[in-house]
Design a protein around this ligand. Structure first.
Ligand code: ADP
Ligand code: MG
Length: 684
């Protein structure tokens, strides 16, 4: 249970003073639903205001505070703004300018002859100084204007002033917490206590203020992962040593790559242990992860056990089933498939086969790990495209049986090493860092979207010559709705030209509906698939050799790379066209040209991290996971090894987290919503 001291912080933001119904939506949109979320709502920048005694050209562009006296009104025609002419004590003029019909309001705000305090950005208008819509205060209220003020990420209907008040209420509710950071680290970094750091985050402009809080989050995250590791080590699994009689019979038309061989032997090493394997297999799209997984599954079968292979979607499950069936032709291995679609008799007989052990390997969607599904002796579980699942699903598996199966999670998301540790910290990692030989590189070009008509013509030729293509539509906003509108519009306009050959797939579609569209594309009935970014990871349509991505500059590099990986799967040369707007920043240019230069996903991921810099949060996790709210990728890179060491050390000394510091660390787990770690703490 959550420690009592944290309860106020987990109260709903709705319960704060001054929060009515109107704020519910903006608060939700900013993901500020709990009081603690406000504590961590980091200012996006700090506003500096300069108090001036005299209005001066030299301050144009700055936000100033000044005392002025209105001297005259000028209301122009119906289309021109209302202007209040005012002077400072030295007689310098400024025009306070108000747009809008209501001229009564500025008159009331600034009566002639009455001195007021104004604040706003000083501008030049012709040869006058001007301020648009100044903040206006009484002389006595000047002290209420801060010279330096945090400006928060905001949302419609929730302004900065109100946000500041809410944050302050939250900070006032924050208790003193016992320190969980290792004392020597705290000292060497010169960090303040948690309570003080929270306060400083909102009261002082210093980037380092956030470091300690970022560290806390990373530490809690790593500690939770270490707890999974420790609890896993205490579990009993089955030690597997296959004799190779099945693996040797697979008829491969090619040699395994060196990287595949290395990963296979790392996995074999794990399987031989009696504590269950927890391993992540990272490998770029097309690097041949499936085969590595098959070797692990066959090791289990050779030793008399069963294996399970989990895919994120129905269509991928079927694709894998068929692929594995081919590889296993002629081998005495009983392969079966189970998805949500299988009902009635077929399902019953599959369940029976699993329970009595006649099925050796089961492929399927999450249906294969439902409670009703009983395995006789499951020893190896593979999760394909792990990034489509959450941590929680991965953990559920390790929690299930008395004899926990060995777990192999696979992902094609090429993330930098440091980030891998922050997302998959409980696992050992194997990397396939080499593509099978002879792969044709995908030729990538960056093209101005002004040349869209040419692109469509080229697409026409591609389809006419029997090819298939993907067309990915831009991320218009965060809102799925407008993405969808854009995709629908594009699909409609392409249908005018290509008719029924165009399919559309998007995130709002239900599973079966989506599968139907994908299947039509897979079997070649449709030639062009228009999609929002939901194109299923891993779907293999070798005949699709052209990828067009609209407004490519709005995607992350790693994401572009993954999208591009949908093509280049057949024998023909593949192309990827990245359409870009005309006004591109230097960084955006650098990013896109990187994709043109390399097909190496890991290199792209490292660069992506570097180019994105400190500002952005990590968006790679799927919903349902806590992810990181405070720590930026930069901070994660810098702090993760210290945090991981610290967490490991703490558990070595105090595996039950009973000491004072251990208890404090438990609080950190709750505070950062890594509660799942708490249930794994060794008792006693
Ligand atoms: P991914 O890592 O994206 O899951 P797959 O396992 O689907 O990749 O493999 C992609 C393709 O590469 C498959 O057609 C597979 O048969 C082929 N492949 C795998 N390993 C090799 C290899 N060593 N040499 C040549 N082709 C290979
Ligand atoms: Mg795959």
């Amino acid at each position: 249970m959550r420690p009592e001291i944290l309860n106020p912080l987990f109260g709903e933001t709705q319960s704060l003073k001054g929060v009515g119904k109107a704020l519910a939506k903006p608060l939700e949109k900013l993901r500020l639903t709990r009081v603690k979320d406000l504590l961590y709502h980091k200012p996006s920048y700090w506003m500096h205001r300069k108090r001036v005694q005299e209005l001066d050209e030299a301050d144009v562009g700055l936000t100033i505070i000044a005392e002025v006296t209105p001297a005259d009104y000028r209301s122009g025609g119906p289309r021109s703004p209302f202007r209040v002419q005012a002077t400072d004590a030295q007689g310098n003029y400024i025009s306070l300018t108000f747009f809008g019909r209501n001229t009564g309001w500025p008159r009331k705000l600034l009566p002639l002859g009455e001195s007021k305090i104004i604040s706003g950005k000083l501008e030049r208008y012709g040869d006058e100084l001007q301020m648009l819509h100044p903040d206006v205060l009484e002389l006595a209220e000047e002290k209420d204007i801060a010279l330096v003020e945090p400006i928060y990420p905001l949302s419609d209907g929730l302004g900065n002033k109100r946000m500041g008040q809410l944050v302050k209420q939250a900070v006032d509710m924050a208790p003193q917490l016992t320190e969980w950071i290792e004392p020597s680290l705290l000292e060497s970094k010169k960090w303040e206590s948690w309570r003080k750091s929270v306060d400083s985050l909102h009261s002082q402009e210093a980037a380092e203020n956030a470091d300690r809080l970022a560290y806390d989050e990373i530490f809690a995250n790593q500690l939770a992962f270490m707890l999974v590791r420790a609890s896993n080590r205490r579990k009993k699994g089955v030690s597997i040593q296959g004799d190779g009689h099945l693996r040797d019979q697979i008829n491969l038309p090619f040699e395994l790559t060196g990287a595949q061989k290395r990963c296979i032997s790392e996995i074999e090493g794990d399987l031989a242990q009696s504590s269950p394997m927890l391993r992540l297999l990272q490998g770029d799209v097309g690097s041949g992860k499936t085969l590595v997984a098959l070797m692990a599954l066959l090791s289990a079968v050779e030793a008399g056990y069963q294996g399970a292979f989990l895919a994120p979607t129905e269509i991928l499950a079927r694709q894998h089933f068929e692929g594995l069936q081919k590889l296993l032709t002629g081998l005495p291995v009983n392969l079966a498939i189970l998805t949500g679609r299988d009902k009635g008799k077929i399902r019953e007989s599959t369940l029976m086969g699993l329970a009595n052990g006649t099925i050796d390997i089961l492929v399927g969607t999450h249906a294969i790990f439902q409670d009703k599904v009983q395995y006789k002796k499951l020893a190896v579980a593979v999760i394909d495209e792990q990034h489509k699942f959450g941590v929680s699903q991965r953990l559920m598996l390790t929690q299930k049986a008395e004899n926990t199966p060995h777990l192999l999670a696979m992902t094609a998301t090429p993330i930098p090493r440091t980030l891998t540790l922050s997302q998959y910290g409980e696992m050992d990692v194997s990397r396939i860092d080499e593509l099978p030989p002879g792969r044709q590189a995908i030729e990538t070009r960056v093209i101005s979207d002004a040349r869209l008509p040419e692109v469509v013509d080229g697409l026409g030729r591609h389809i006419a010559s029997g090819g298939q293509a993907y067309w990915v539509c831009p991320l218009v906003e965060e809102s799925e709705k407008s993405d969808l509108a854009a995709a629908e519009e594009r699909a409609a306009s392409l249908k005018l030209r290509f008719g029924n050959q165009v399919g559309l797939v998007h995130g709002r579609m239900k599973g079966p509906e989506k599968d139907a569209v994908m299947e039509k594309f897979q079997c070649g009935e449709t030639k062009l698939l228009v999609a929002t970014t939901v194109i299923e990871v891993g779907v293999d349509v070798p005949n699709a050799s052209l990828m067009i991505i609209e407004a490519a500059d709005r995607f992350g590099l790693a994401q572009l790379h993954q999208l591009r990986g949908r093509v280049g799967r057949g024998d023909v040369k593949s192309n990827c066209l990245l359409l870009r707007g005309d006004t591109l920043s230097e960084t955006a240019r650098a990013r896109l040209s990187l994709l043109r230069e390399t097909n190496d996903g890991f290199k792209i991921a490292e660069e992506d991290l570097r180019l994105r810099g400190a500002g952005e949060l990590l968006g790679t996790r799927q919903s349902g996971d806590a992810g990181f709210r405070i720590a930026t990728p930069d901070q994660i890179s810098q702090l993760i090894s210290a945090a991981t060491d610290d967490a490991r050390l703490l558990l070595d000394r105090d595996g039950g987290l009973n000491s004072e510091r251990g208890q404090a660390a438990r609080i950190a787990l709750y505070l950062f919503e890594r509660d799942w770690g708490v249930s794994l703490i060794r008792s006693g």
